[in-house]
Design a protein around this ligand. Structure first.
Ligand code: NAD
Length: 496
């Protein structure tokens, strides 16, 4: 018999605390951290109040000027590699904690989330050593000239606000380049997923990151820790991943201090399947792009458009694949999909299912809640679902669901496929399946998104630009783009 209480979880039954200026700090104000597999409490989390937010920001400001600033780049990068070593040394604890908080499958936590958490530190520790600066010789009337060169300085104190879907991966994707470029940080993980961030604080501490350089605050967003942090006058920049409407709220809060902003926001991603594609690869890849992490990845496909001549076969093949997915205990090695993050999020996803049915959707598969006959019936599971038959103006086709659902529609021409894909307020990612090389380039370049995959999905190189257009984000992360956001180039002009 499986258990939903994933041991070892170092803080199980205890209290997850804030980490400020090198100390674990309790606010004596707690919220529950719930396991979405069975709805039971894993542990309690200490919510940071205004006083703790103030002391974390003050500690980060002080640390900007201390040992951290005096450290050579090589020493700083060596410390970041030590953090990666620390994550790898406690790999199983991180995996268990991430699974318990999110319900994601063991396979995914082991192969994607936790390895990427460590890799983010290694990649940016190495890339920052090659960060370029500019140099110009400027002509002057006396003929001797001047030398202009730029130096990259840190932005200052950076607030890192992360979502719950890939908790460690997305938090470290921001944190690692922020630290690599010499900033100090105050991070706030999602209230749904406080565990791996707390483990990371222990790793930072053990690695010898100087006090105040990395601070962790737990809490909610609106009217809580998140809002206190983004409004704080001691914060120089906010880097945020989450919902588009939260991005707007943070933008308003950050306006007074004219803080630098980097946003990775929501998506309503399309996949275009042409009749000349490798059919099996397109089915396999599209199924993965819809159902990975229960559809709770910003890059997941929710709108699938298929050339009419292969539409019936494609829908049938997707149905067969979706129905073969194994939903269940995240700890089982062959589980494809665990529960959604919470009951609240499940209610939101089910409301989309209901509205789609009311709008006349045909349910190809799923559309409901699975039954297990054990404690998982108190969890936040939904079935992998495929709908057809809706108009492009329906709620399901317009809004991000962030669950294991796609809608499949037919198209007749390449031009129509492009227009359908681009008919969205979002612009994060698109996927194109075709074996026609000219079409692949032609269509990919016309997608109004930040990233287009051709004949693959979620193949990532951390040096490439990553981000969205329209409601999907602001700025780019990845490689030099992250380094550039977290650095402030200062020009120095020397008269020769
Ligand atoms: P969310 O916006 O509800 O919360 C994200 C974080 O912001 C949490 O830590 C939350 O506490 C905090 N927050 C909420 N309101 C705030 C406020 N007013 N001020 C300051 N902080 C606030 O998002 P979520 O539900 O955790 O994550 C899912 C969303 O994230 C989806 O829309 C998904 O598409 C998006 N996402 C985007 C990317 C990307 O790279 N583009 C990646 C992952 C997730």
């Amino acid at each position: 018999m499986q258990s939903a209480t994933f041991s070892p979880l170092p803080h199980a039954g205890g209290i997850l605390k804030n980490y400020i200026n090198g100390e674990f700090v309790d606010s004596e104000l707690y919220f529950d951290n719930i396991n979405p597999v069975n709805g039971q409490r894993i542990n309690q989390v200490s919510e940071a109040n205004q006083e703790l937010v103030d002391s974390a920001v003050a500690a980060a400001r002080t640390a900007l000027k201390g040992e951290w600033q005096q450290m050579s780049l090589a020493q700083r990068c060596a410390l970041l590699h030590k953090v990666a070593d620390g994550i790898e040394a406690r790999f199983d604890e991180f995996v268990a904690a991430e699974m318990a908080d999110t319900g994601k499958s063991l396979n995914q936590a082991k192969t994607i989330d936790i390895p990427r958490g460590a890799a983010n530190f290694r990649v940016f520790a190495d890339l920052v050593k090659a960060q370029a600066s500019e140099c110009f010789h400027t002509a002057t009337p006396d003929g001797l000239g001047a030398l202009n060169y730029s130096v990259n300085k840190p932005l200052g104190v950076v607030a890192v606000i992360a979502p719950w879907n890939l908790p460690l991966l997305l938090l470290t994707w921001k944190l690692a380049p922020a630290l690599a470029t010499g900033n100090t940080v105050v991070v706030k993980p999602s209230e749904e997923t406080p565990a791996t961030a707390t483990l990371l604080a222990e790793v930072m501490d053990a690695a010898g990151i100087p006090p105040g350089v990395f601070n962790l605050l737990h809490g909610f967003g609106e009217n809580s820790t998140g809002a206190m942090l983004t409004q704080h006058t001691g914060i120089d920049a906010v880097t945020f991943t989450g919902e588009s409407k939260t991005g707007s709220a943070i933008m308003r809060a950050a306006a007074d201090g004219v803080k630098s902003l980097s946003f990775e926001l929501g998506g309503k991603n399309a996949a275009l399947i042409f009749a000349d594609s490798d059919f099996d690869a397109a089915v396999e890849g599209t199924c993965r792009s819809v159902f990975t992490n229960g559809g709770q990845v910003c890059l997941c496909t929710e709108r699938v458009y298929v050339e009419r001549s292969i539409y019936p076969q494609f829908v049938a093949a997707m149905k067969a694949k979706a129905e073969a997915l194994k939903i269940g205990w995240p700890t089982d090695h062959d589980t494809d999909m665990g529960p959604l993050i919470s009951h609240q999020h499940r209610n939101k996803v089910l409301a989309f299912f209901h509205s789609a049915k009311a709008d006349g959707a045909e349910v190809v598969c799923g559309g409901g809640v699975p039954s297990f006959g054990d404690e998982r019936d108190q969890g936040a599971f939904v079935e992998p679902s495929i709908f057809t038959g809706l108009s492009e103006s329906s709620q399901l086709q317009r809004q991000e669901v962030f669950g294991p659902i796609c809608h499949i529609s037919p198209f007749d021409t390449e031009q129509q496929a492009i227009e359908l894909a681009n008919n969205s307020e979002y612009g994060l990612a698109a996927t194109v399946w075709t074996q026609n090389l000219s079409r692949a380039h032609r269509v990919a370049q016309q997608m109004d998104v930040g990233i287009t995959w051709v004949n693959t999905w979620y193949l990532r190189d951390l040096r490439t630009p990553f981000g969205g257009v329209k409601l999907s984000g602001l700025g780019r992360e990845g490689g030099v783009h992250s380094l550039s956001f977290y650095s402030e180039p200062m020009n120095i002009c020397i008269k020769l």
